[in-house]
Design a protein around this ligand. Structure first.
Ligand code: GTP
Length: 493
């Protein structure tokens, strides 16, 4: 009985041992397989390290591939395509047919780690991976590629650029050309514009001209009447200096000439006012070519006074007079300003040179003048960005625009655009601009929208710079040359 029990115990133990052995074997196998998996990942890692290849690029293309390293250094002089060659030298490893089947089987190769041909130094960490790439290597590469002068594998000029011989040849093809721009505007003649635009000064006239004529036409004036005359002049923005000058002149002449009718009063007033406008000043806009180069006109002023509009209107006037014009859009702060100018230009057939938004305005102005010189145009009109006269940086920039342009051609005219509706502030602006860019002429815009036409008198007196042009509306031809007599006539109605 006890012997029988013993036998049973032995049998059970034996069975347990057998089960344990089988389980152990299975587990061991699985472990091996799972070990092999990371190895299989290796090529992927190697690929990722491709970034690293670039990293280690200079002079050693295969750097990250440990196995490849020695070969690369050994072969370069002999082989133009080192990448294909290395595998060949690796034959010992490749030879092992064991490596050919699925990589998973590679573990079989693992043991070789111990046996390996001692010559392979880095073997330990790359038992399987090196074998992988080599598998594909054997095909010999001997082909036109070998004749290429370049060795980096990129297609070279001539390789693929030639038109295949059998491709269909193109004959002459009719290409529709853009239609000739027939949109050129008809431009109003410039002569006599101020008279024709007389109505535009209606608001100025009603307060200024009509008020004064009413006072003076009444005959002998008492002190109160003279005070009224003074107030009328001040209200019309003539400023205290010009007002004093005008009142004194009127008092003298009224006594000397005697005024008996409204016509006399009108004639007197006209003479005195025209005199105050310094008719002797040179009001020609210096915009005609000279010394074989175009005239260059810079248009400057604070924001929104009408610089771009004035530049466009002036281009029209020049074109109407048979001149060729090129526009420079140096207002790079406001993208729409360049578009606006381009539109003005296209309406009269003038080309516009513009820069990228935010570009250096000086470089755009320089380029415009350069192109104008090369194209042989008569006039280059440069529209600059509006800038606050109180910002030193912006004013310095304007100075730079002028200096830079002068490297190409002389700046013949710097037109300061002033908005007539801003009154005294316009005068302050004028002083600052005059200091920075040496203003040579004034354009007084929006005279149609103010009762204060008197700013014309003040600006000229304060700056000693003539008003050359006046803006009398938003219309394309609402820019007129400033003529003192016609202006005063328009004011007096
Ligand atoms: N009524 C009237 N409006 C004018 C006159 N001149 C210009 N304008 C208007 O004033 C506005 C501003 O004109 P712009 O030419 O854009 O002024 P700008 O000085 O170039 O403006 P920025 O580039 O922003 O500095 C526009 O609406 C023009 O139509 C004028 O003589 N009379």
């Amino acid at each position: 009985m006890s012997t029988e029990l013993l036998i049973w115990i032995v049998v059970v133990v034996a069975l347990l041992l057998a089960v344990a052995i089988v389980t152990g074997v299975v587990l061991a196998k699985r472990r091996r397989i799972s070990l092999a998996e990371p190895e299989q990942d290796k090529p992927v890692k190697g690929y990722q390290a491709g970034g690293g290849v670039t990293f280690a690029q200079p002079g050693r293309v295969v750097e990250p591939d440990v196995a490849g390293k020695p070969e690369v250094t050994a072969t370069p002089p002999a082989v133009p395509h080192p990448v294909t060659k290395p595998p060949v030298t690796k034959t010992p490893v490749t030879k092992a047919p064991v490596t050919k089947p699925p990589v998973t089987k590679a573990p079989a190769a693992k043991p070789p780690v111990a046996e390996p041909p001692v010559a392979e130094p880095p073997v330990t960490e790359t038992p399987v991976a090196p074998a992988e790439p080599e598998v594909a290597a054997p095909e010999p590469v001997e082909h036109p590629v070998a004749d290429r002068t370049e060795v980096d594998g990129q297609p070279g000029v001539g390789d693929d650029a030639a038109v295949p011989r059998d491709s269909v040849r193109r004959g002459f093809v009719e290409v529709p050309l853009p239609e000739e721009s027939s949109e050129i505007d008809e431009i109003e003649p410039t002569a006599g514009r101020l008279e024709r635009l007389r109505g535009k000064l209606a608001r100025s006239r009603s307060t200024f001209g009509q008020g004064l004529l009413g006072l003076l036409g009444a005959g002998d004036l008492d002190e109160d009447s003279w005070t009224d005359v003074e107030d009328t002049l001040l209200l019309a923005d003539l400023g205290s200096n010009v007002t004093d000058q005008v009142v004194n002149a009127l008092r003298e002449q009224i006594a000397a000439r005697g005024v008996r009718s409204s016509d006399d009063a009108r004639a007197l007033l006209k003479d005195v006012l025209v005199d105050a406008l310094h008719p002797e000043m040179d009001r020609a806009v210096h915009a005609l070519p000279h010394s074989g180069k175009p005239a260059v006109v810079l248009v400057v002023g604070v924001n929104g006074v009408g610089k771009t509009t004035t530049t466009g209107k002036l281009a029209r006037v020049l074109v109407a007079d048979g001149r060729t014009v090129l526009l420079g859009a140096a207002d790079t702060f406001r993208a729409a300003a360049a578009d606006q100018l381009e539109t003005w230009g296209s309406r009269v057939g003038a080309r516009t040179v513009r820069g990228a938004e935010g570009a250096d305005p000086a470089s755009v102005a320089f380029e415009a003048v350069k192109q104008g010189v090369n194209a042989g145009v008569d006039t280059v009109l440069v529209d600059t960005a509006g800038r606050l006269h109180t910002k030193t940086g912006l004013m310095d920039e304007l100075g730079k625009v002028k200096r830079v342009v002068e490297k190409q051609a002389a700046v013949d005219e710097v037109l300061l655009v002033l908005d007539a509706t801003t009154g005294q502030n316009g005068l302050t602006q004028a002083r600052v601009f005059a200091e920075v860019v040496d203003v040579t002429g004034i354009v007084l815009t929006k005279l149609d929208g103010t009762a204060k036409g008197g700013i014309v008198f003040q600006v000229q007196r304060e700056l000693g710079v003539p008003v050359k042009l006046v803006g009398l509306g938003e219309g394309a031809d609402h820019l007129a040359p400033f003529e003192p007599a016609a202006f005063v006539d328009a004011l007096l109605g």
